[in-house]
Write a protein that binds this ligand. Structure first.
Ligand code: FAD
Ligand code: PHE
Length: 531
């Protein structure tokens, strides 16, 4: 007798429980469970390892991938040691606080003077709620709060030769005008028969109803197609004087051609991104809370800091690593296996006995740059003067993005990100001295926010990832993922495994580092227990 979907689900429910059933229902299109599942992971169990001895694993790099590897293998009884060149866990997952000192590859030293409780997340700062990072926060007891990734009252700032250039435009105003005009044009086209090939009359009626709602359009004017479905502005875009006991004074929309010429509509797709849509989260007190929670869970004694790996490779019995601590003589460590999480473009330059095709696969990854500056103010002027509580102002000049803090509202002081930029904009800022970066950031920020941007500044700290030791880039890209290089690194080379966000389809996210580490852990463990 053929099985019905109902029979199938009943069996799944009995065998796998409600979670599995909901997932299966989603796969069959029967429930809202189409909610994404994180890539499947079966953590190794101590009971499985018992017969095989407690294997030793050296992990190169104590960033999020290295920490995840040590955590998962350690839970199952593997004897792990992390060798980390920096003097802290987390790698790129780095929160700068008062007292943080960093010397970049050009020899420029900065010492952060942020006040107690103030910090900047120099690398990762936001977490989508579906990332495995959030699961680890739950498991490790890292408290989370909302990260405001989108704010209707933050600004868009566009340069160029058009009428809206050089003026800060609130997101809500830009959105109202863009949605309004696009809706008006589509409603008119629909009403005047331009889409008759594609739409039935019922479709057309439904579409026009949708567009009137979406764009805040006027009604059809009988016998006057051009006066029909007009967008003439709305309270959505904000008021010159807000409604009180008298009606508010809405601000008139910009002209259609000005809106189109300015490109202010080109930023909204950002908030639709799978990984950038609200709700977003951040750890309370700084992103490095995750790395330190891992360190606690793994055991501080399992991590050797200041350990710069200078050579590694396979031996006849396992693996061997050479490393130096503080310039003193080279140390050696041996183990059964090795997991290398050092960024690929750096790992490729470390002497090893890996086959040339593995080294060239590592070198194939291309680093790209990003930069940030943290600005601590003694007055939260963005809240007091601009009524902005968190969120992002997007600029098309070298600033890229300005972030207002998502926490500490109405506090005495606050730290914002004065720029977060990538690519050539990051390089433009990165080539300046820290003092030069600050001066440029203040000028460009003041053009958007006014002179208040230059007042009440207490301290600043800037990071150029390209010139940051042990990273030399923000993240990497693969010129191709189908020419064998990427796949080669998913497999071990002898007893050497590779992990890191570069070996995932979520590069530039801690989630990528975690799922890649999990994949290496599963592969290594499967090999051990099947030996
Ligand atoms: P890394 O963190 O680079 O770890 C590699 C480790 O190897 C480092 O600790 C390094 O010190 C060490 N190492 C290097 N050389 C040696 C050596 N010779 N010997 C020993 N150790 C060595 N992710 C998010 O989830 N959300 C975000 O909002 C986000 N934003 C980001 C913004 C920026 C500006 C940047 C730079 C990154 C951002 N990311 C974000 C991405 C996130 O930081 C990474 O995906 C993740 O931290 C990578 O972890 P990893 O362990 O693979 O690599
Ligand atoms: N994950 C990083 C961030 O959110 C880098 C990134 C930016 C990735 C934009 C995708 C899109 O800042």
């Amino acid at each position: 007798m053929p099985q019905t979907r109902r029979d199938f689900l009943k069996q799944v429910g009995i065998a796998g429980g409600a979670g599995v059933m909901l997932h299966s229902m989603g796969a069959l299109g029967l429930s809202p469970a189409a909610a994404a599942e994180t890539p499947p992971f079966t953590p190794p169990k101590a009971s499985e390892l018992a017969r095989h001895g407690r294997k030793r694993v050296l992990i190169l790099g104590g960033g999020i991938a290295g920490l995840t590897t040590a955590y998962e293998l350690g839970k199952a009884g593997y004897r792990c040691t992390i060798l980390e060149a920096r003097d802290r866990p987390g790698g790129r997952s780095w929160s700068v606080r008062g007292g943080t000192t960093e010397t970049d590859l050009k020899g420029q030293t900065q010492r952060a003077r942020f006040s107690r409780g103030q910090y900047m997340n120099a690398g990762p700062a936001r977490l989508p709620q579906h990332h495995v990072t959030v699961d680890y926060c739950r498991e490790l007891g890292v408290e989370l709060e909302t990260f405001v990734n989108q704010n209707a009252d933050a600004y868009l700032y566009r340069t160029g030769a058009h009428n809206l250039a050089g003026q800060p435009i609130r997101h809500r105003a830009a959105k109202a005008d863009v949605y309004g005009y696009v809706s008006e044009l589509l409603a008119k086209a629909t009403d005047q028969g331009a889409l008759d090939t594609y739409l039935t009359q019922a479709d057309k009626d439904a579409l026009i109803a949708l567009l009137r709602n979406f764009g805040s359009l006027g009604a059809k004017v009988a016998g006057d197609p051009s006066a029909s479905y007009r967008y003439t502005g709305s309270g959505r875009r904000g008021y010159a004087i807000e409604p009180g006991v008298t009606a508010g004074e809405p601000i008139a929309p910009y002209a259609l051609s000005d809106v189109l010429a300015s490109g202010i509509g080109n930023y909204f797709s950002f908030e639709l991104g799978f990984d950038q849509a609200m709700q977003m989260l951040q750890p309370v007190g700084g992103m490095d809370r995750i790395a330190y929670a891992f360190e606690r869970a793994i055991g501080r004694d399992k991590i050797e800091y200041g350990a710069e790996v200078s050579a590694f490779g396979n031996t006849s019995t396992g693996v061997e690593v050479e490393y130096s601590t503080g310039g003193r003589r080279t140390k050696k460590a041996t183990a059964d296996f090795l997991v290398c999480t050092i960024p690929p473009h750096l790992a490729a330059t470390i002497p090893s006995n890996l086959p040339p095709e593995v080294v060239s696969a590592l070198a194939y990854a291309r680093p790209s740059n990003a930069g940030k500056i943290g600005l601590e103010y003694d007055r939260r002027w963005w809240e007091l003067d601009h009524k902005i509580y968190g969120g992002i102002t997007n600029a098309d000049n070298e600033l890229g993005n300005v972030w207002y803090p998502s926490s500490g509202f109405h506090g005495e002081r606050g730290t914002m990100i004065g720029y977060y930029n990538t690519g050539s904009n990051a390089t433009t800022y990165g080539t300046l001295t820290p003092r030069g970066r600050l001066a440029k950031a203040l000028d460009q920020g003041a053009a958007i926010h006014g002179d208040v941007y230059k007042q009440d500044l207490r301290s600043s700290f800037s990071v150029d990832w390209a010139s940051t030791k042990y990273s030399e880039g923000a993240w990497v890209g693969w010129p191709s993922r189908t020419d064998g290089n990427y796949d080669r690194l998913l497999e071990p080379s002898g007893n050497v495994y590779f992990a890191g966000d570069h070996l995932s389809y979520t590069i530039a996210w801690q989630h990528g580092a975690m799922v890649s580490a999990r994949a290496a852990v599963e592969s290594l463990h499967t090999r051990v227990v099947s030996a």
